[in-house]
Write a protein that binds this ligand. Structure first.
Ligand SMILES: C[S@@+](CC[C@H](N)C(=O)[O-])C[C@H]1O[C@@H](n2cnc3c(N)ncnc32)[C@H](O)[C@@H]1O
Length: 238
């Protein structure tokens, strides 16, 4: 691992294991448009996946938004994967309201998914794939593609740059959110900002499409863009 990648990985571990409350405050204030994104996920699961399905939630966190999106759908089994034991304990509670069985796994998503062989219908990644660099994202998406059951799909809500923007430009736009994140004090803002600058690697729209293509997906569709245009949701069909 490069030194910068090791810094990114330890920043991610620290943020999500020790400073979960700072992330939670961001979700509660809808700074990242969780409400709209997960409502869109719910719609897709209802209209496009109108049959019983297994759901694999990669980097599930506390699973509160995923559980809300799954209520009322035909989900037959939920599996949450995360390297934070604290987040998984909360996820267990959040998934208690689902009518289907739920299982949980503590581990790094790259190694856990590489070791997996059971097919799955729907794989969801909410705001976590961006910790990988472009080539690693492609390899990981290819591994997921091989696990998808016929008719399955990978859905992601991830850091995205409009075509023509680079990471510095995206980070500058991310930093401009300070004026609207008034619920954060300076310590909370700086903690989150330092993490994003160390560990977030967005892709352009064209790059997400190329990654879908090169990792073996039949089609790629953008299904939601956050009003900030910092995050977009894509559906990759097997
Ligand atoms: C930004 S939160 C996203 C949580 C949730 N999916 C959402 O949409 O709000 C990122 C989550 O990814 C987990 N995570 C980050 N890198 C990971 C890795 N390599 N393996 C497993 N979990 C990871 C963190 O512990 C954290 O719970």
């Amino acid at each position: 691992m490069h030194e910068t990648d090791m810094n990114a990985a330890s920043s991610t571990q620290a943020l999500f294991q020790d400073q979960w409350k700072i992330y939670r405050k961001m979700v509660d204030n809808n700074f990242l448009f969780h409400r709209e994104a997960y409502a869109r996920l719910h719609e897709i699961l209802l209209s496009d996946v109108a049959r019983p399905f297994d759901f694999l939630d990669i980097a599930c966190g506390d699973a509160s938004a995923s559980a809300s999106a799954l209520v009322g759908t035909q989900v037959a089994h939920y599996h949450g994967l995360d390297f934070s034991a604290a987040a998984l304990a909360l996820a267990r509670d959040a998934c208690g309201r689902l009518a289907c069985p739920a299982s949980f796994e503590e581990g790094d998503f790259v190694s856990s998914i590489s070791a997996r062989s059971a097919p799955v219908d729907i794989v969801w990644i909410g705001l976590s794939l961006h910790h990988l660099r472009t080539a690693e994202k492609g390899a990981f998406m290819g591994t997921i593609r091989r696990l998808l059951a016929p008719g399955g799909r990978l859905l992601i809500y991830e850091n995205t740059m409009p075509d023509g923007e680079d990471r510095d430009g995206w980070l500058k736009r991310w930093d401009r959110q300070r004026s609207t994140w008034s619920a954060y004090d300076d310590l909370e803002w700086n903690t989150m900002r330092d993490h994003v600058h160390a560990a977030d690697f967005p892709e352009t729209d064209a790059s997400w499409r190329a990654l879908g293509d090169s990792s073996g997906y039949g089609s790629v569709l953008e299904v939601y863009a956050a009003p900030s245009d910092l995050f977009r949701m894509y559906s990759f069909k097997a």
